[in-house]
Design a protein around this ligand. Structure first.
Ligand code: PRT
Ligand code: ZN
Length: 294
């Protein structure tokens, strides 16, 4: 019997869209009904379970789900808190929901460095990560655990500083806070439990991972097409970022020009296009790549 792998994903929030988009691009074929808690994929034998992100680590660790997509911050906090649960293995870093767990304090206050935290109160939703970090840094401070609205804690007199996730930095600025140290970087991770799976389940995961790798690789990869003067070909192909072995073809009726096509595995910035143009390249097209394999 074909196995069905169950993946825990966030129902609603900053991870939800990225998780669904990635799985959809990997060809799972998912169209959840609004409000549904589960959804069976049409393209591959997977089932999605829609939950709060905080529940994902333990659902996977306990074997209720085989796989899960969660933020590194939540996974680390849970691992430190529930060391007795089964262990989770990271199978892929997924490259979305990037953020940084930072220490911050009122801009106009006296806390400017880590050393200034000695004996202070710090509000956070990540008490385990913070406690470990402070211990590693040799700082004795008190953690005040809040589930949300951490940024307002200093203004309410609940804490002297905060330790919270930052992406654009707008929330810190809006609350008159300035960051002064990074506790950890985070992104969405695909995790599995460390129980042993039978061959069919391992093969299904391997198939999903191969597709996910293709999706991730194609994000930064572009197909570039341009026409270039023959005598500038070396210079022009050397400018193509992360391109190996471009295809070079003659242009009908133009002896002095060649067409260059290449897969660029690194971001093509506007600067690069300007440099290509300065060396005589023209009719430059940069196209997205939808899928990659091999
Ligand atoms: O309902 P559920 O429990 O599932 O969701 P949640 O409200 O606990 O989490 P959610 O959806 O807010 O975040 C899910 C995950 O997204 C987090 O665990 C992180 O891994 C990741 N992520 C990425 C972020 C942010 N960026 C982020 N900016 N999580 C939270 N924030 C918050 C932060 O706490 C702060 O309040 O956004 C604010 C700061 O944002 P900026 O842009 O102003 O700096
Ligand atoms: Zn949550």
């Amino acid at each position: 019997m074909t196995p069905v792998l169950r993946i825990a994903v966030q129902k609603k929030g900053r991870l939800a869209t990225g998780s669904l988009k990635l799985l959809e691009q990997a060809g799972l074929g998912i169209s959840p009904n609004p409000g549904a808690l589960t959804c069976r994929a049409r393209g591959l034998p997977f089932e999605l379970l829609f939950v709060r992100d905080d529940d994902i680590p333990s659902l996977v660790a306990k074997g209720v789900c085989d796989l899960g997509i969660a933020g590194e911050n939540v996974l680390r906090e849970e691992a430190l808190e529930n060391a007795q649960d089964g262990k989770l293995q990271t199978v892929r870093a997924l490259g979305f929901s990037h953020c940084t767990l930072k220490l911050a304090a009122p801009k106009e206050g006296t806390i400017k460095t880590l050393a200034d935290l000695q004996g202070c109160k710090i509000a956070t939703s990540y008490p385990q990560i913070l406690a470990k970090y402070l211990q590693d840094q040799g700082i004795k401070a008190q953690c005040v655990t809040l589930k949300g609205a951490v940024e307002i804690a200093p203004a309410l007199g609940l804490s002297d500083a905060i330790c919270d996730l930052v992406s654009s930095g707008a929330t810190l600025a809006a609350n008159g806070l300035a960051d002064f140290a990074t506790v950890m970087q985070s992104e969405a991770l695909l995790v599995r439990n460390d129980t042993s799976w039978d061959e069919a389940r391992e093969a299904l995961l391997a198939r999903l991972l191969r597709r996910i790798d293709g999706v991730i690789a194609s994000r930064a990869t572009k197909y570039i097409m341009l026409n270039a003067p023959k005598d500038a070909l070396d210079e022009i192909t050397a400018l193509l970022p992360g391109a190996d072995a471009p295809t070079i073809m003659p242009l009908a009726g133009r002896d002095d020009q060649m067409a260059v096509h290449a897969v660029c595995r690194e971001t093509i910035f506007w600067d690069t296009l300007e440099q290509l143009e300065a060396r005589g390249a023209h009719a430059i097209l940069v196209l997205p790549i939808e899928k990659m394999m091999g």
